[in-house]
Ligand binder design. Structure first.
Ligand SMILES: NC(=O)c1ccc[n+]([C@@H]2O[C@H](COP(=O)([O-])OP(=O)(O)OC[C@H]3O[C@@H](n4cnc5c(N)ncnc54)[C@H](OP(=O)(O)O)[C@@H]3O)[C@@H](O)[C@H]2O)c1
Length: 334
């Protein structure tokens, strides 16, 4: 039988989407404790844009060329020595940060989460980074309680949609900022839309919100902190506005550091930064539990992640342009 071909999407140079290229690559072999998977789906994330632009703390030490691809759903086609509990043909998932925009790749067996039979691979892939982030922001970082009044920025985005959908299941009263075209989508997901181009979210509630989730960092999170009630909590988790405005990495790290200083102000308000990688490193079992829980919800159709489009390798550079332009109502999956 002919050996299968491997193809990968790699960053050839940091910067714009034209620094991406699709190339043939050697077929990797599973080493001890590893499996090789045929990749069925890998999400495209705004975070890939940060990695491509060399603005992502976890990948600052990587130098091109390297393969992009934050998450993976794949089918095992080779077992390395010493791997037990998995068989060829099993479907598995992992969050890899890089390396999954490939036809084949190897994965460490002790980091895998089984994917239940019958799940659509692209829908399952949306749960790995975006929905697990949302789940952990709600239940691990903010520990929300039913009835709390919560503001979600970028509510039409990948993490934002998941925050609203899961927040509604948790009994929260939700508001979501989004461009006007997405108002109906936000309402359908279960939140009151706020048009971020025309309305002032700091004036929506007189007493302020219990919790604000902010992955955008307009104003370096200042207005989000201002929109909290006394004793409220700001959970920051991204800085796309800073990236769009071409701010330096150091400036964005200062915004994050300042969050912790604000906690000392006499307002009783608190602020913190959530990172899925930091939380996974501290609590690896939580990551697997939370992803398994989400796979279970998907299997019963209790949650419905939106896949905007399933794209091919050759469309990745264009997909990055679309991610940066905004306005997508769901996730792009390779
Ligand atoms: N810390 C972590 O562990 C973690 C995990 C996952 C993601 N992230 C980060 O979280 C951020 C969001 O990720 P994502 O995958 O959800 O991105 P996404 O799918 O691109 O969504 C971002 C959303 O933000 C909206 N937006 C842009 N400017 C806005 C503004 N001024 N006010 C309100 N909304 C605005 C966009 O809306 P329009 O399209 O309507 O403009 C878009 O829907 C990224 O920075 C990402 O790197 C962090």
């Amino acid at each position: 039988m002919r050996e299968p071909r491997n193809r990968v999407v790699q960053v050839r140079r940091f910067g714009g989407p034209d620094g991406l290229e699709v190339v043939d690559a050697p077929l990797p072999m599973a080493g001890p404790g590893e499996v090789r998977v045929r990749v069925l789906a890998s999400g495209l994330e705004y975070t890939d844009v940060l990695i491509r632009r060399h603005l992502y703390p976890q990948t600052m030490r990587l130098r091109p060329p390297f393969v992009l691809g934050y998450d993976v759903v794949g089918e095992i086609d080779q077992l390395g020595d010493g791997v037990s509990g998995f068989q060829v043909g099993d479907r598995v998932a992992d969050m890899t940060v890089v390396g999954s925009h490939a036809a084949y790749r190897t994965l460490r067996a002790d980091r895998l989460t089984p994917v239940p039979a019958g799940l659509d691979a692209a829908e399952a892939a949306t749960l790995i980074l975006s929905w697990t982030t949302a789940y952990q922001l709600l239940h691990r970082a903010a520990r929300v309680q039913p009835g709390q009044r919560v503001l979600v920025h970028g509510a039409a985005g990948a993490v934002g949609q998941a925050l609203v959908s899961l927040g509604r299941r948790a009994g929260l009263e939700l508001w979501g900022t989004a461009r006007r075209e997405h108002a109906a989508l936000i309402r359908e997901l279960g939140a009151t839309p706020i048009d971020y181009q025309r309305e002032d979210f700091t004036r929506v509630l007189r007493d302020g919100f219990d919790v604000v989730f902010d992955g955008i960092a307009e104003d370096g999170y200042r207005r989000s902190f201002g929109a909290l009630k006394r004793g409220g909590l700001l959970c920051a988790y991204g800085y796309s506005a800073g990236v769009q405005a071409k701010r330096r990495m150091l400036t964005m790290l200062m915004w994050i550091a300042r969050l912790y200083l604000w906690g000392w102000l006499p307002s009783g308000k608190r602020a913190r930064f959530y990172s899925i990688n930091v939380m996974r490193a501290r609590h690896p079992a939580w990551f697997r539990q939370d992803l398994e829980q989400l796979f279970g919800l998907l299997a019963t159709r209790a949650i419905r992640p939106r896949v905007a489009e399933r794209i091919s390798f050759d469309e990745v550079a264009e997909a990055h342009r679309r991610l940066e332009a905004g306005g997508l109502g769901g996730k792009l999956v390779l």
